[in-house]
Design a protein around this ligand. Structure first.
Ligand code: PGA
Length: 260
C-alpha cells in the first residue's frame, strides 16, 4: 500500500482527482469504480472543475458504483443514483448509458447481482476503484465479517451504518436494512484502488486497515493483498498510524518518474 497523508481533506481530494484525471487523459475509455458518501464529494467537485475549466473529457468513460439501497427508486433523494447524478454525473459529459449502479428496485436480487458482475466483466473490468471507508472498516457496503472473496450481492446493514447514514433520510427508521453491494472479491479485481479516509472518526479503521492483520472483521484490510492501492488521508485520519512518519518520508522522497 502507498499511504499518502495530506494536511487537509481538500488537499487530499485535489490529489485524488488528479489521479483520476490522469487516468482519464491517458485512457479516455477508462472504467471507473465510484463511491458515494461524504468522503468523495470534494474529489467530485474537483473533477467537475477540471471538466469545466480544463476540458477533462468523460465522454468515453464507463462507471460502476459500489452499491445501492434496496427498495429506493432512483429519484429518491437518499438513493445513490440520485447522489451520483446530483454530485457528479449531471455536471460532466459522461454518457448516461455508460453509467451503472445496482438496481435498488430489482425484484430478483440474485439475477440483478449476477448481471452487474457480468456488466463489469463486459466492460473489461474496473481500471480504478475509488473507495471510502466506514468507521467499522467496511468498503462498499461490505460490513464486518463479509467474505473476503464475496461478489456483488445483498447485504444487511449494521445498525451503526444505518445510523451513520440516517442524515440523508427523513427519519432514522427510513434507512433501508438491505443493500446491493459489489463484493470484496469484485473490488479486489479492479486494477487499481484509491482509498480515501478523512477525519478522526476514521482513524481507528484506517490503522486497522493499513497496519493491522487482514481480517473479515475489518473488510478494508484485505486491500493489503492488492498490488496497487493508494490510501489518501488527511492528517486527522492518520493520527493512529504508527508508521505515519515513514509514509510521509516515502512520499517526500519518491523518485520523480514515480510521481503522479
Ligand atoms: P462517508 O462514508 O464517506 O460518508 O464517511 C464512507 C462509508 O461508509 O463507506
Amino acid at each position: 500500500m502507498e499511504v499518502i497523508i495530506e494536511p487537509t481533506a481538500d488537499a487530499a481530494s485535489v490529489l485524488a482527482a488528479r489521479i483520476v484525471a490522469d487516468l482519464v487523459r491517458k485512457k479516455p475509455a477508462a472504467v471507473l469504480g465510484l463511491a458515494t458518501g461524504n468522503t468523495p464529494l470534494p474529489m467530485y467537485r474537483e473533477l467537475i472543475r477540471l471538466h469545466a475549466e480544463e476540458g477533462l473529457d468523460f465522454s468515453g468513460v464507463t462507471t460502476f458504483n459500489l452499491d445501492e439501497y434496496l427498495g429506493l427508486e432512483p429519484a429518491h433523494p437518499a438513493s445513490y443514483h440520485h447522489f451520483m447524478w446530483e454530485n457528479l454525473f449531471r455536471h460532466i459529459n459522461v454518457r448516461p448509458e455508460q453509467v451503472h449502479l445496482p438496481d435498488g428496485l430489482t425484484q430478483d436480487v440474485p439475477s440483478c447481482c449476477a448481471a452487474y458482475e457480468a456488466s463489469i466483466r463486459g466492460a473489461g473490468g474496473i481500471d480504478l476503484q475509488v473507495l471510502g471507508i466506514g468507521g467499522d472498516g467496511h468498503i462498499g457496503f461490505n460490513e464486518p465479517v463479509s467474505s473476503l472473496s464475496s461478489r456483488t450481492r445483498i447485504k444487511t446493514l449494521t445498525e451503526r451504518t444505518r445510523s451513520d447514514n440516517a442524515f440523508a433520510f427523513s427519519t432514522p427508521d427510513a434507512v433501508p436494512h438491505h443493500v446491493i453491494t459489489m463484493g470484496i472479491g469484485t473490488i479486489m479485481e479492479s486494477r487499481e484502488v484509491l482509498l480515501l479516509g478523512f477525519g478522526g472518526r476514521k482513524a481507528d479503521a484506517l490503522e486497522a486497515t493499513v497496519e493491522g492483520p487482514v481480517s473479515q472483521m475489518v473488510p478494508a484490510s484485505v486491500l493489503q493483498f492488492h498490488q496497487r492501492v493508494r490510501v489518501i488521508l488527511d492528517e486527522a485520519a492518520s493520527v493512529k498510524l504508527k508508521r505515519a512518519d515513514y509514509y510521509k518520508h516515502v512520499y517526500a522522497n519518491k523518485p520523480g518518474w514515480q510521481r503522479i
